[in-house]
Design a protein around this ligand. Sequence first.
Ligand SMILES: NC(=O)c1ccc[n+]([C@@H]2O[C@H](COP(=O)([O-])OP(=O)(O)OC[C@H]3O[C@@H](n4cnc5c(N)ncnc54)[C@H](OP(=O)(O)O)[C@@H]3O)[C@@H](O)[C@H]2O)c1
Length: 274
Amino acid sequence: MSNGWAVITGASSGFGSLFARRLAERGHPLVLTGRNAERLDDTAAQVRAATGATVETVVADLATRDGVDALLAHLRGREVEILVNNAGFGTHGRFGQVPVWRESTLIAVDVAAVVALAHGLLPGMLARGRGRILNVASTIAFQPAPHQAVYGAAKAFVLSFSHALAEETRGSGVTVTALCPGPTRTGFVAALESDVSGVAVFGRLAEPGPVVDAGLRAMDRGRRVVVPGLRNRVLAASGRFIPTTVLTRITGRMLASGRPARSERPVGAADTAS
Ligand SMILES: NC(=O)c1ccc[n+]([C@@H]2O[C@H](COP(=O)([O-])OP(=O)(O)OC[C@H]3O[C@@H](n4cnc5c(N)ncnc54)[C@H](OP(=O)(O)O)[C@@H]3O)[C@@H](O)[C@H]2O)c1
Protein backbone atom coordinates (compact mmCIF):
# COMPACT_ATOMS: atom_id res chain seq x y z
CA MET A 1 0.00 0.00 0.00
CA SER A 2 1.42 3.42 -0.90
CA ASN A 3 2.01 5.97 1.80
CA GLY A 4 -0.63 8.63 2.22
CA TRP A 5 -0.01 12.33 2.72
CA ALA A 6 1.43 13.58 5.98
CA VAL A 7 0.28 17.05 6.99
CA ILE A 8 2.45 18.94 9.44
CA THR A 9 1.44 22.28 10.92
CA GLY A 10 4.14 24.59 12.25
CA ALA A 11 6.65 23.07 9.84
CA SER A 12 8.65 26.27 9.39
CA SER A 13 10.59 25.77 12.63
CA GLY A 14 11.47 23.57 15.60
CA PHE A 15 9.70 20.26 16.05
CA GLY A 16 7.68 20.76 12.87
CA SER A 17 10.67 20.92 10.52
CA LEU A 18 12.05 17.74 12.14
CA PHE A 19 8.72 15.95 11.80
CA ALA A 20 8.81 16.89 8.12
CA ARG A 21 12.26 15.40 7.63
CA ARG A 22 11.46 12.17 9.49
CA LEU A 23 8.13 11.57 7.75
CA ALA A 24 9.64 12.28 4.33
CA GLU A 25 12.36 9.73 5.12
CA ARG A 26 9.57 7.21 5.67
CA GLY A 27 8.30 7.89 2.17
CA HIS A 28 5.32 10.12 2.86
CA PRO A 29 4.50 12.98 0.52
CA LEU A 30 4.14 16.08 2.68
CA VAL A 31 1.98 19.13 3.02
CA LEU A 32 3.73 21.61 5.27
CA THR A 33 2.18 24.74 6.69
CA GLY A 34 3.21 27.84 8.63
CA ARG A 35 2.95 31.60 8.31
CA ASN A 36 6.55 32.40 7.44
CA ALA A 37 6.82 31.61 3.71
CA GLU A 38 10.59 31.93 3.60
CA ARG A 39 11.25 29.56 6.49
CA LEU A 40 8.59 27.16 5.24
CA ASP A 41 10.22 27.09 1.79
CA ASP A 42 13.61 26.50 3.44
CA THR A 43 12.24 23.46 5.28
CA ALA A 44 10.59 22.18 2.11
CA ALA A 45 13.77 22.63 0.04
CA GLN A 46 15.95 20.90 2.65
CA VAL A 47 13.54 17.98 2.96
CA ARG A 48 13.28 17.59 -0.83
CA ALA A 49 17.06 17.72 -1.22
CA ALA A 50 17.66 15.19 1.55
CA THR A 51 14.91 12.71 0.75
CA GLY A 52 13.55 13.36 -2.74
CA ALA A 53 10.05 13.48 -1.25
CA THR A 54 7.13 15.38 -2.73
CA VAL A 55 6.68 18.43 -0.52
CA GLU A 56 3.96 21.04 -0.90
CA THR A 57 3.61 24.14 1.23
CA VAL A 58 0.59 26.14 2.29
CA VAL A 59 1.27 29.52 3.86
CA ALA A 60 -1.55 30.01 6.34
CA ASP A 61 -2.22 31.75 9.63
CA LEU A 62 -3.95 29.07 11.69
CA ALA A 63 -5.19 31.69 14.13
CA THR A 64 -7.73 32.63 11.48
CA ARG A 65 -10.64 30.73 10.06
CA ASP A 66 -9.46 31.67 6.56
CA GLY A 67 -6.08 30.09 7.27
CA VAL A 68 -7.58 26.83 8.52
CA ASP A 69 -10.05 26.75 5.61
CA ALA A 70 -7.26 27.37 3.08
CA LEU A 71 -5.30 24.41 4.43
CA LEU A 72 -8.36 22.13 4.43
CA ALA A 73 -9.24 23.26 0.90
CA HIS A 74 -5.72 22.36 -0.24
CA LEU A 75 -6.13 18.90 1.29
CA ARG A 76 -9.57 18.17 -0.12
CA GLY A 77 -9.68 14.92 -2.09
CA ARG A 78 -6.28 13.69 -0.84
CA GLU A 79 -5.66 10.61 1.23
CA VAL A 80 -4.23 12.16 4.36
CA GLU A 81 -2.70 9.39 6.44
CA ILE A 82 -0.98 11.46 9.13
CA LEU A 83 -1.93 14.77 10.70
CA VAL A 84 0.67 16.31 13.01
CA ASN A 85 -1.05 19.12 14.86
CA ASN A 86 2.15 20.83 15.93
CA ALA A 87 1.77 24.58 15.31
CA GLY A 88 1.57 26.58 18.48
CA PHE A 89 3.17 29.10 20.75
CA GLY A 90 3.11 30.06 24.40
CA THR A 91 2.76 33.22 26.44
CA HIS A 92 4.46 33.96 29.74
CA GLY A 93 3.64 36.39 32.52
CA ARG A 94 0.94 37.10 35.02
CA PHE A 95 -2.53 36.83 33.54
CA GLY A 96 -3.61 40.41 32.92
CA GLN A 97 -0.11 41.50 32.01
CA VAL A 98 -0.11 39.54 28.77
CA PRO A 99 -2.27 41.36 26.16
CA VAL A 100 -5.55 39.57 25.80
CA TRP A 101 -5.25 39.46 22.00
CA ARG A 102 -2.13 37.31 22.37
CA GLU A 103 -4.00 34.91 24.66
CA SER A 104 -6.92 34.75 22.21
CA THR A 105 -4.54 34.12 19.33
CA LEU A 106 -2.89 31.37 21.36
CA ILE A 107 -6.25 29.69 21.93
CA ALA A 108 -7.03 30.01 18.22
CA VAL A 109 -3.77 28.33 17.13
CA ASP A 110 -3.10 25.89 19.99
CA VAL A 111 -6.71 24.80 20.52
CA ALA A 112 -9.22 25.87 17.84
CA ALA A 113 -7.04 24.97 14.85
CA VAL A 114 -6.21 21.57 16.39
CA VAL A 115 -9.93 20.86 16.71
CA ALA A 116 -10.80 22.18 13.24
CA LEU A 117 -8.07 20.20 11.45
CA ALA A 118 -8.90 16.98 13.28
CA HIS A 119 -12.57 17.58 12.49
CA GLY A 120 -11.79 18.18 8.84
CA LEU A 121 -9.48 15.20 8.32
CA LEU A 122 -10.80 12.51 10.66
CA PRO A 123 -13.86 11.53 8.55
CA GLY A 124 -11.65 10.59 5.57
CA MET A 125 -9.32 8.59 7.82
CA LEU A 126 -12.24 6.73 9.37
CA ALA A 127 -13.75 6.01 5.94
CA ARG A 128 -10.41 4.51 4.83
CA GLY A 129 -9.95 2.70 8.16
CA ARG A 130 -6.46 4.13 8.35
CA GLY A 131 -4.91 7.22 9.87
CA ARG A 132 -2.81 8.78 12.60
CA ILE A 133 -3.31 12.04 14.45
CA LEU A 134 -0.38 13.27 16.51
CA ASN A 135 -1.25 16.29 18.65
CA VAL A 136 1.62 18.18 20.24
CA ALA A 137 0.59 19.03 23.79
CA SER A 138 3.17 19.65 26.57
CA THR A 139 4.15 18.57 30.06
CA ILE A 140 2.42 21.79 31.15
CA ALA A 141 -0.85 19.97 30.37
CA PHE A 142 -0.57 17.91 33.56
CA GLN A 143 -1.06 20.70 36.11
CA PRO A 144 -2.36 24.27 36.28
CA ALA A 145 0.38 26.72 35.31
CA PRO A 146 0.52 30.10 37.04
CA HIS A 147 2.47 32.58 34.82
CA GLN A 148 1.48 30.49 31.79
CA ALA A 149 -2.16 30.13 32.78
CA VAL A 150 -3.69 30.24 29.30
CA TYR A 151 -0.96 28.21 27.60
CA GLY A 152 -1.21 25.54 30.31
CA ALA A 153 -4.99 25.38 29.98
CA ALA A 154 -4.70 25.21 26.18
CA LYS A 155 -2.34 22.22 26.36
CA ALA A 156 -4.54 20.55 29.01
CA PHE A 157 -7.32 20.87 26.44
CA VAL A 158 -5.17 19.22 23.77
CA LEU A 159 -4.30 16.35 26.13
CA SER A 160 -7.90 15.79 27.20
CA PHE A 161 -9.17 16.11 23.62
CA SER A 162 -6.59 13.60 22.39
CA HIS A 163 -7.55 11.05 25.06
CA ALA A 164 -11.23 11.38 24.18
CA LEU A 165 -10.67 11.13 20.43
CA ALA A 166 -8.41 8.11 20.92
CA GLU A 167 -11.21 6.37 22.76
CA GLU A 168 -13.85 7.35 20.19
CA THR A 169 -11.70 5.99 17.37
CA ARG A 170 -10.61 2.80 19.17
CA GLY A 171 -10.69 -0.18 16.79
CA SER A 172 -11.27 2.01 13.71
CA GLY A 173 -7.76 1.85 12.28
CA VAL A 174 -7.24 5.49 13.29
CA THR A 175 -5.10 6.34 16.29
CA VAL A 176 -4.70 9.58 18.22
CA THR A 177 -1.57 10.36 20.23
CA ALA A 178 -0.67 13.32 22.43
CA LEU A 179 3.03 14.16 22.52
CA CYS A 180 3.91 16.02 25.72
CA PRO A 181 7.42 17.50 25.52
CA GLY A 182 9.15 19.35 28.31
CA PRO A 183 11.12 22.55 27.63
CA THR A 184 13.06 22.00 24.41
CA ARG A 185 15.51 23.99 22.27
CA THR A 186 13.32 25.26 19.40
CA GLY A 187 11.94 28.67 18.51
CA PHE A 188 9.46 28.29 21.38
CA VAL A 189 11.28 30.34 24.04
CA ALA A 190 11.88 33.29 21.68
CA ALA A 191 8.21 33.17 20.63
CA LEU A 192 7.17 33.64 24.29
CA GLU A 193 8.19 37.30 23.85
CA SER A 194 9.12 37.42 27.53
CA ASP A 195 12.46 37.49 29.33
CA VAL A 196 12.56 34.01 30.83
CA SER A 197 16.28 34.00 31.60
CA GLY A 198 15.59 33.63 35.34
CA VAL A 199 12.72 31.17 34.99
CA ALA A 200 13.59 27.77 36.47
CA VAL A 201 11.60 25.72 33.96
CA PHE A 202 13.51 27.16 31.01
CA GLY A 203 16.93 26.79 32.66
CA ARG A 204 17.59 23.49 30.90
CA LEU A 205 16.36 22.76 27.41
CA ALA A 206 16.22 19.32 25.79
CA GLU A 207 17.24 18.73 22.19
CA PRO A 208 14.29 18.41 19.78
CA GLY A 209 15.41 15.32 17.81
CA PRO A 210 14.74 12.71 20.53
CA VAL A 211 11.39 14.38 21.32
CA VAL A 212 10.22 14.06 17.73
CA ASP A 213 11.47 10.46 17.54
CA ALA A 214 9.61 9.58 20.75
CA GLY A 215 6.44 11.15 19.33
CA LEU A 216 6.66 9.19 16.10
CA ARG A 217 7.40 5.92 17.92
CA ALA A 218 4.37 6.44 20.14
CA MET A 219 2.26 7.30 17.10
CA ASP A 220 3.42 4.12 15.32
CA ARG A 221 2.40 2.05 18.32
CA GLY A 222 -0.93 3.81 18.65
CA ARG A 223 -0.09 5.00 22.16
CA ARG A 224 -2.38 7.68 23.52
CA VAL A 225 0.17 9.77 25.40
CA VAL A 226 3.93 10.05 25.37
CA VAL A 227 6.07 12.16 27.67
CA PRO A 228 9.68 12.09 26.43
CA GLY A 229 12.38 12.06 29.12
CA LEU A 230 12.45 10.44 32.55
CA ARG A 231 12.47 13.74 34.46
CA ASN A 232 9.42 14.93 32.52
CA ARG A 233 7.62 11.64 33.13
CA VAL A 234 8.21 11.93 36.88
CA LEU A 235 6.97 15.54 36.91
CA ALA A 236 3.93 14.64 34.82
CA ALA A 237 3.05 11.76 37.13
CA SER A 238 3.49 13.79 40.32
CA GLY A 239 -0.01 15.23 39.96
CA ARG A 240 -1.41 11.84 40.93
CA PHE A 241 0.21 12.03 44.35
CA ILE A 242 0.36 15.74 45.21
CA PRO A 243 -2.76 17.82 45.98
CA THR A 244 -3.55 20.23 43.12
CA THR A 245 -3.19 23.32 45.32
CA VAL A 246 0.31 22.33 46.35
CA LEU A 247 1.28 21.27 42.83
CA THR A 248 0.01 24.55 41.40
CA ARG A 249 2.02 26.52 43.94
CA ILE A 250 5.19 24.62 43.12
CA THR A 251 4.57 25.02 39.39
CA GLY A 252 3.97 28.74 39.82
CA ARG A 253 7.34 29.09 41.53
CA MET A 254 9.07 27.19 38.73
CA LEU A 255 7.43 29.41 36.10
CA ALA A 256 7.80 32.77 37.87
CA SER A 257 10.21 35.37 36.52
CA GLY A 258 13.15 35.67 38.94
CA ARG A 259 12.65 36.07 42.65
CA PRO A 260 8.96 36.34 43.60
CA ALA A 261 7.84 39.43 45.47
CA ARG A 262 7.40 38.87 49.24
CA SER A 263 3.63 39.00 48.85
CA GLU A 264 3.77 36.22 46.24
CA ARG A 265 5.71 33.77 48.36
CA PRO A 266 3.83 30.96 50.03
CA VAL A 267 3.18 31.48 53.73
CA GLY A 268 6.13 30.15 55.70
CA ALA A 269 8.52 30.15 52.74
CA ALA A 270 12.11 30.78 53.78
CA ASP A 271 13.41 34.26 53.06
CA THR A 272 16.13 32.79 50.91
CA ALA A 273 13.66 30.97 48.63
CA SER A 274 14.50 31.44 44.96
N1 LIG B 1 9.83 23.80 22.60
C1 LIG B 1 9.22 23.59 23.76
O1 LIG B 1 9.77 23.83 24.85
C2 LIG B 1 7.84 22.97 23.76
C3 LIG B 1 7.44 22.20 24.87
C4 LIG B 1 6.18 21.64 24.85
C5 LIG B 1 5.35 21.80 23.77
N2 LIG B 1 5.77 22.56 22.70
C6 LIG B 1 4.85 22.72 21.57
O2 LIG B 1 5.51 22.27 20.40
C7 LIG B 1 4.84 22.83 19.27
C8 LIG B 1 5.87 23.30 18.26
O3 LIG B 1 6.60 24.39 18.80
P1 LIG B 1 8.19 24.47 18.75
O4 LIG B 1 8.69 24.16 20.10
O5 LIG B 1 8.72 23.72 17.61
O6 LIG B 1 8.38 26.05 18.56
P2 LIG B 1 8.73 26.91 17.28
O7 LIG B 1 10.08 26.55 16.79
O8 LIG B 1 8.46 28.32 17.67
O9 LIG B 1 7.66 26.45 16.18
C9 LIG B 1 6.33 26.84 16.25
C10 LIG B 1 5.68 26.63 14.91
O10 LIG B 1 4.30 26.99 15.01
C11 LIG B 1 3.97 27.83 13.92
N3 LIG B 1 2.94 28.80 14.24
C12 LIG B 1 2.90 29.65 15.30
N4 LIG B 1 1.84 30.46 15.21
C13 LIG B 1 1.19 30.11 14.07
C14 LIG B 1 0.02 30.59 13.41
N5 LIG B 1 -0.69 31.63 13.87
N6 LIG B 1 -0.37 30.00 12.26
C15 LIG B 1 0.36 28.98 11.74
N7 LIG B 1 1.47 28.49 12.31
C16 LIG B 1 1.88 29.05 13.45
C17 LIG B 1 5.27 28.55 13.57
O11 LIG B 1 5.28 28.92 12.21
P3 LIG B 1 5.25 30.43 11.67
O12 LIG B 1 6.00 31.29 12.61
O13 LIG B 1 5.85 30.31 10.30
O14 LIG B 1 3.80 30.73 11.61
C18 LIG B 1 6.31 27.47 13.82
O15 LIG B 1 6.52 26.70 12.67
C19 LIG B 1 3.94 23.94 19.80
O16 LIG B 1 2.61 23.45 19.82
C20 LIG B 1 4.44 24.13 21.23
O17 LIG B 1 3.43 24.60 22.08
C21 LIG B 1 6.99 23.14 22.67
